[in-house]
Design a protein around this ligand. Sequence first.
Ligand code: NJP
Length: 238
Amino acid sequence: MGGRLEGRVALVTGASRGIGRAIAEAFGREGARVALFARSKQDLEKVAATISGGETLALSGDVTRARDVAGAVERVLTQWGRIDILVNNAGVGHFAPLSDLTEEQWDHMMAVNLKGPFLCTKAVWPIFVRQKGGHVVNISSVAGTTTMEGGAGYSATKWGLRAVTDTLIKEAKPHKIKVSIIGPGSVDTYFNDKEPGQRPSYALQPADVAQVALDIVSAPPGVIINEVIMRPLVPPTR
Ligand code: NJP
């Protein structure tokens, strides 16, 4: 029996580790052809080699550079002739009270978390319009729906991504393009200079987010799941 994504082509940013890796693996298991995009070619190739099921492409580049993004999209088209799903997952976080947050940290978050999805979406949009279909999935955060001390810059990027998503949902409808946003709480990854295992034991796993991404992109053709907020159930009681 074919997988849920048989015949579809996905481009996943930030696929060298963490949530992006889990999404790429889940999509591959379901038969999608998956292009993995991030800066570290070596890590991407390692991940691509672990993906069973569909074919893969490891594409190194920076989501903040239009030329890298255009090159990656071109490679996917040359290889597979179409793109059905873009997952804007690459993201970074710097956390400090606003007065301590550096200009470099602010610019870094704005570039990766906001300009990255802008460039990647802009690059695939004409393809989706031509195909009369496609799906953009943006990985945001619970911090894109609320605020916390030390998170002004990070929240600004994820609230911004929410505004972009909301606008795109409206612009996409005439073209039968779907646009979705997932806002996870704490996920056990390398995010914010951590190592897997360093977050509380109740943190979400990358595979939990991947499962939601998979459900969103395999919803029936007439259904759009626009937004999912997901949190760990509860911290264990002491
Ligand atoms: O982070 P991590 P996550 N161009 O650090 C890539 C959101 N989120 O999986 O480029 C291209 O393990 C980097 O690869 P490399 C978060 O905001 C997380 O947790 O080789 N790629 C790596 O593959 C983000 O949007 C939590 O260094 C770039 C990946 O991005 C998403 O989840 C909670 C890049 C980062 O992997 C995935 O983050 C939450 C660039 N310029 C939301 N810069 C959480 N973990 O707790 C980085 O609410 N990458």
